[in-house]
Design a protein around this ligand. Structure first.
Ligand code: IDP
Ligand code: MG
Length: 151
């Protein structure tokens, strides 16, 4: 099993898409093991997006992600990192495939609704930026035998 970090960004919260995003993850069979609402401060935003520090859109990105509350999640499942990236879709919603979250709900790369970790290394880094160990819960979902043929 793999864990990944997923976040409904401020535009997703403001547009009432929290339930839609969570619902898509749940219906896929992925398990929510951590969840919180928070308002990201500048320092955390700069740290979270450190890899983009030199990009021309960096300061706009920090402004965007700190512009309102977000919903942060830890999501668990087999190949969760790749599976969630596929559910989220391409970075630019205008080009994201129909059926993905970004493809179905967005038009602008600067307002793309949701974040998801892109590798095991970034998943580990991002989970630990947003969650303490005791905020991540270990439990069985009742439908697991109907989602996975083998444990
Ligand atoms: P990702 O979210 O699909 O992993 P990244 O390339 O890691 O995409 O970029 C992080 C975030 O920065 C994007 O989700 C988007 O909000 C923003 N971003 C990326 N490229 C651009 C751009 O060209 N203009 C404005 N914002 C961008
Ligand atoms: Mg990224």
């Amino acid at each position: 099993m793999e864990r990944t970090f997923v976040m409904v960004k401020p535009d997703g919260v403001q547009r009432g898409l929290v339930g839609e995003v969570v619902s898509r993850l749940e219906r896929k069979g992925l398990k929510l093991v951590g969840m919180k609402m928070l308002w990201i401060k500048k320092e955390l935003a700069e740290n979270h997006y450190a890899e983009h520090k030199e990009k021309p859109f960096f300061s706009a990105l920090v402004d965007y992600i700190t512009s309102g509350p977000v919903v942060a999640m830890v999501v668990e499942g087999r190949n969760a990192i790749k599976v969630v990236r596929n559910l989220v879709g391409a970075t630019n919603p205008a080009e994201a495939a129909v059926g993905t979250i970004r493809g179905d709900f967005g038009l602008d790369v600067g307002r793309n609704i949701v974040h998801a970790s892109d590798s095991p290394e970034s998943a580990e880094r991002e989970i630990s930026l947003f969650f303490r160990d005791d905020e991540i819960l270990d439990y069985e979902r009742a439908d697991e035998p109907w989602i996975y043929e083998e444990k």
